[in-house]
Design a protein around this ligand. Sequence first.
Ligand SMILES: C[S@@+](CC[C@H](N)C(=O)[O-])C[C@H]1O[C@@H](n2cnc3c(N)ncnc32)[C@H](O)[C@@H]1O
Length: 437
Amino acid sequence: MTGERWQLLPPLDDDEYATLKADIAEHGVLVPVVIDAETGDVLDGHHRLRAWQELRAGGVKVPNYVREVRRFADDDERLGFVVAANLFRRHLTRSQRAEVVARLRAEGWSLRRIGEAVGVHHDTVREDLSIVGNPTIPERVERKGGGTYPARRPRRAPSIVVETDRDERRAAAALKTLGESAPAKLLGLIKAEERARDLRLAERRQAQVPERVTADGFELRCGDLREAWADIPDGSVDAIVTDPPYNDEGLSLYGDLARLAARVLKPGRLAAVYAGHGRLDERMALLAEGGLSYVWHGVNVLPGQHSRITRLMVYGRHRCVLLYSAGRFTPRKWIYDSYVAEGRGGPESRPLHPWQQVVGTMRHWVLMASEPGETVLDPFLGSGTCAVAALSEGRRFLGGDNDPGCVETTRQRLEELLAGEGAGASLPPTSEEVGAT
Ligand SMILES: C[S@@+](CC[C@H](N)C(=O)[O-])C[C@H]1O[C@@H](n2cnc3c(N)ncnc32)[C@H](O)[C@@H]1O
């Protein structure tokens, strides 16, 4: 299906176009250009887009144009939108309107529906049709790719309003993933991406995930950390870098993690444990009770990501990383206790897991706690960020999660990484590399 099919209306004449272009040069594109998420076709705003492109090409500094990326269930819905969006914005002569009316009738629309769409009584639609000759109406409309459906009233198509090419691609990808499950309304980009992510995670949960996935350089285990690592020999792991759940239900896991770490870590080696600020004292007490020794307190600072704790009137601008060791800590090199991200510090959204960390933070703690060739363990994989960081830095990796969707996400991510397409290729520099202290 080409974009031309959706240009129901005659093109603007030269004067109209020149006026539009002058207006865009002065004010920018005020009405969003509407893009089909499925095909990338422009469904509304061809003239606005052409004028914007010509102005930019001519060196005029017009701001980015706003675009609305929409997902349509089928061609009937596309057509309904094109009519609704365009018709009222343009003054049509009677014969131009009759042509549009005939076109809709040929698509199987009822007189009443056409009347509502073009803003006239259905008797007027009948009169318009007599001007162009009544087209035969199919009782059912053919669906793209086979099958038919009866003519029906249009529903609002799900859509997302964005302003840049990058966000347009993000919006189209999210709407494609959501498919039929996209709510029929205007969505925020981040919310749509979160819905798409949760849908993908739910699909991965259905995958047949084996209890263990072993490959050269890594092993993933699906199961509860209290059982999954029972067979790992004492003192066989060089470092733990992990991000347990921060919620109240997950509090006791800090104790379970400490018991596991105290047993499997080599004596004097580090466990870098991410922790939420809430109940931090209890988390630290559980880590100590589980048999670990407190070493130091590190932070991740991501300028783009901060929390607002209204109850305490605090803007939280860092995440805690608690550094503990198995037995007495044996320093092996100077380490930096802060990861300070450049710029915003990472993507605005978490495309793979609701609690997904930025790879740069995990990479920092992998580098601080281990050496190339050593084994790093993360028993709370989530989307596998630590796995990506560890393998990218030449470490061996052990990881687990009790959610099969997380194990499958990590497996896929590592597969991409090892095929040379993953995040490893574009990891940001560490704080050490950029000289942060
Ligand atoms: C904060 S998330 C990890 C996010 C990860 N750092 C990332 O970047 O995507 C914590 C993970 O722990 C997992 N988890 C919770 N309870 C667990 C348990 N008892 N055993 C193993 N994994 C568990 C959850 O399924 C979740 O994926």
